[in-house]
Design a protein around this ligand. Sequence first.
Ligand SMILES: Nc1ncnc2c1ncn2[C@@H]1O[C@H](COP(=O)(O)OP(=O)(O)OP(=O)(O)O)[C@@H](O)[C@H]1O
Length: 318
Amino acid sequence: MTVVRPDRRNAPADEEPVLEVHGLHMRYGDKEVLRGVDFSVRRGEVVALLGPNGAGKSTTVEILEGFRGRSAGEVRVLGTDPARGDERWRSRLGIVLQSWRDHGKWRVRELLTHFAAFYAPYSTPGHPRPRDVGELLATVGLTDQADQRIASLSGGQRRRLDIALGVVGRPELLFLDEPTTGFDPEARHEFHALVRALADERCTVLLTTHDLREAEKLADRVLILIGGRVIAEGTVDELARRTGAEAEVTWTGGGERRSRRTADPTAFVQRLFAEDGADVHDLRIRRVGLEEVYLAMVRDAEAGRVEEASRRLAEVAR
Ligand SMILES: Nc1ncnc2c1ncn2[C@@H]1O[C@H](COP(=O)(O)OP(=O)(O)OP(=O)(O)O)[C@@H](O)[C@H]1O
């Protein structure tokens, strides 16, 4: 299914990026995990940070959240260096960590109300904080569990609570670390609708996930972190074009099923209709998906061609 979404990248040019990362380095002992990460994110964008296990996604996100120091580089989050972020700055962030294991004896509504109170002093008329707890419970599908102890929730219900805790302060920037692990398809669908609603409110979202279909559905833009650097960024279509991937056009003509691979399906279809429009039926265009693009890049990286891949992408992007 094709997802049509507004292009949120066209924020006013004078607006400061919500996230700015330049030359970010991180070393654990003598292991260099981040080797010059650069990217920026504008207000209201949903950006997916992808990369293989151990690529440094969580490390990057933890630095942006202010939970981890960095070895070198410049980082601004909502205009502030996260290493110096105060409580007011923190109140503007929402964080959904990989799992929430504490507070098992608390009840769902009680815990959410407790965390909601933290945000109240930072409420403004233009940005009322926190969200209404009852409404939020309904949004994440936990109304029936509101008075249940957290220890007795299922894995998926606990994950819904994690998300409620992340958005209860009506964040301007939301970090989602593998948000839908353990979700059933319905919960996943509802979660995607929630992220889109947040983005429509101009909440910026940085998402890490291994679910490429999820990234493709949700993200306006994708960043691929391999070998300690962001080796590619763009919309899925942009990345597909840059890797030279071709779309497949299939149709029925002259009573036969036909197909053609092409880098420019629009031009091909225009020619097809101009030449033989009356006999073109059941036309389909299958664009290359994120999974194919991503796997091609990981294969390049594994073959030690990260430098080459990133140079080639930079050249094509120019
Ligand atoms: N506190 C730490 N001390 C030492 N090494 C660490 C520490 N935290 C992470 N690492 C190492 O840094 C690398 C990057 O880890 P990180 O968790 O950031 O990767 P990731 O991309 O989020 O991986 P995954 O997809 O598996 O969650 C890994 O090799 C990991 O072992």
